[in-house]
Design a protein around this ligand. Sequence first.
Ligand code: GMT
Length: 374
Amino acid sequence: MRKIGITCYPTVGGSGVIATELGKLLAEEGNEIHFITSSVPFRLNKIHPKIFYHEVEMNHYPVFQYPPYDFALAAKMAEVIDQEKLDILHVHYAMPHAICAILAKDIAQHDVKIVTTLHGTDITVLGIDHTFKKIIKHGIEKSDAVTAVSGSLVNQTIQMLDLTKDISVIYNFVNEEEYHKKSVPTLKEQYGIEPDEKVLIHISNFRKVKRVQDIIYSFNSIREQVKSKLLLIGDGPEYSHMMQLVEKLELKEHVLFLGKQNNISELLSIADLKLLLSEKESFGLVLLEAMACGVPCIGTNVGGIPEVIKHNETGYIVELGDIETTAQYAIDLLNNEHLLNQFAENATEHSKENFKSSKIVNTYIELYDTIMKK
Ligand code: GMT
């Protein structure tokens, strides 16, 4: 039995999902898991005798212009390392979690190993603010092991930070108990979708990098040739702009804005095709969630997306901003029932074979055991 601390962003987001699902599966394997976060991770939805939660508490003193969250986190990490005698502290995101973990390790009496998993946005932050470069590099170099969610992210990290450190690729996974095709016979009707209408789906946090407008423009061409509806799921800064665009293109009755939703696998179970046309994406967990539910995907040739979608087998890869090719691929696929079924089957197989949760969790366990021996 290993004692493992996990820190992640607890709110909605792929990295928080992966960290929490990993913790749950590690607990199932008999490990003791200690989440050290600012609030209960949103996917920590069931109790388990081997899962514990330590809240990072913040005091608001008027003297501080900005509340020192990073120090509060490091202090809590150090406390939990010593109290619980943690073997491993696994942090998701270099910024600031890896740096806080290094500081906590220095403070704590008990020896702990630090594992940092990079999810992408921690590295792309560098594009916004280069003052972070040295501190992120420090967090990565001082970690006992570093993993990234795609080969593309490893290359990008090494290039941007001039690193010599070994970074292993450990792909993301989905909880198969939740993500599989479900029988939801009345759901289409409940959303006012005709039985013979195809359903396209996009799920994101509606940040600019997700280029939701490319999805809407593609759909505008698709629906001229395929009777279909577009489901837009999630919320974020671009949401109201996208609503305006849909109105401008007179697509209001064909595009359903559903906002944030919990039962994504049920919505995926009525979808025929998933679109993710981002300009930055280290992995694209939503693609894997879709494929696990038997939904083929079209994604951009960006970041880790081509490592997740098998072009011409589980979906298609298109160049960034190429709305015409996206629409053409979608039209051809949606109009060919045989090919669509084949792609759906391939997608399920691909997710099971290459992103199986038990296989990924074992890879993390092997990594923990290797560094614990050092
Ligand atoms: O994409 C986001 O804006 C959210 C971000 C997060 O913190 O969850 O996602 C990143 O991590 C996910 C889990 O590893 C990946 O699937 C996403 O591709 C990655 N997002 C980006 O690289 C933009």
